[in-house]
Write a protein that binds this ligand. Sequence first.
Ligand SMILES: Nc1nc2c(ncn2[C@@H]2O[C@H](COP(=O)(O)OP(=O)(O)OP(=O)(O)O)[C@@H](O)[C@H]2O)c(=O)[nH]1
Ligand SMILES: [Mg+2]
Length: 371
Amino acid sequence: MGLFKKINFGLRKTRNNMSGALDNVLDSYTSIDAELFDELEEALVMGDVGVSTASEITTRLNDSVRKKGITDPKKIRAEVVEIVADMLKGGEDMGLITVPSIILVIGVNGVGKTTTIGKMAAMYKAQDKKVIMAAADTFRAAAIDQLQIWADRAGVEIVKHKEGADPAAVIFDTIAAAKARNCDIIICDTAGRLHNKKNLMSELEKIYKVIDRELPYSDREVLLVLDATTGQNAINQAKEFKNIAEITGIALTKLDGTARGGVVLGIKNDLNIPVKFVGVGEAIDDLQPFNPLAFAEGLFISLPEDFEEDEPEYVEAMIKADLEAITKEPQEETKEETEEETEETEEETHDDEKPEDDDKKKKGFFGRIFG
Ligand SMILES: Nc1nc2c(ncn2[C@@H]2O[C@H](COP(=O)(O)OP(=O)(O)OP(=O)(O)O)[C@@H](O)[C@H]2O)c(=O)[nH]1
Ligand SMILES: [Mg+2]
């Protein structure tokens, strides 16, 4: 299934919810008037779009209807798609050019961080990037094992310590390994315990310091993972995280299981955080780079069954590699090298900051947040 079709299918529950209401409005009017806009706004709010964003969409719609001299309500759907696609545009690309670059993945428990990392790793690997994962969710042993499974599936390297280890130390070691092995992209898993904000903040602060010190000039992305099934609660999580960490983008997961996909609009429009990835299922190729037009169409227009679309090459490569990994016999003892990595480096991260580190920290991306 190609990317447009996949997102279209993934958004079917949201579309059914929103479009059903939209159809009712558009079918019951023969001309366009103020009442139609009110009802349309209500339909959007029902689809978890958020009140202020829904109001902005109808205001813009009103403008474009007037400008273009549209009188037929049936033409409104295409206008809404255009406005929504335009609203969602901007900042959706990952800015990872330096070697190495680093992606820090944060978010509360169960939203899909580890799964998203696994899928991202497979995607970058299929694009011929050398990926290394940091198992910095050391809170539970199971979290480390789960990331290991994804590393095996995606066929990428992983650095892990024992349960309870210092997450910043894991990231320190991963960065050292990435430099030594010429990796392109470092992806870091973290534990998400927002209910204990103070701990989370100090943990993130420590991680940021290590990254600032070890990779002062590298491209970084801080991806907040949000579970779309939680609707407006996802927006609240984004607000809370925005207060404690500079977030460069959102990965919105589980869109396939919810009618609340309209929440994307609020995230982009109200919070002004770009959505960079969307998850539409649990399979390795179910994470997509965010495409505003495909998403806007998916919210309002169902693609025909026979819609023809080529699978992008990298997706084909991912599926092929995944099938090979699944059918391959599990190989023991391949990772001992990374597992052994160090107690003493852990101490390095505890070292007091040297004066020159302080400078970098202030200049650095993360240093600016907590500087
Ligand atoms: N349907 C669906 N399920 C998903 C998607 N992304 C993740 N999941 C599922 O959500 C569950 C939680 O995913 P994890 O990746 O373990 O989430 P996490 O944020 O790492 O969770 P913790 O490590 O417990 O904090 C798993 O069962 C995943 O398979 C998605 O896009 N669609
Ligand atoms: Mg996890």
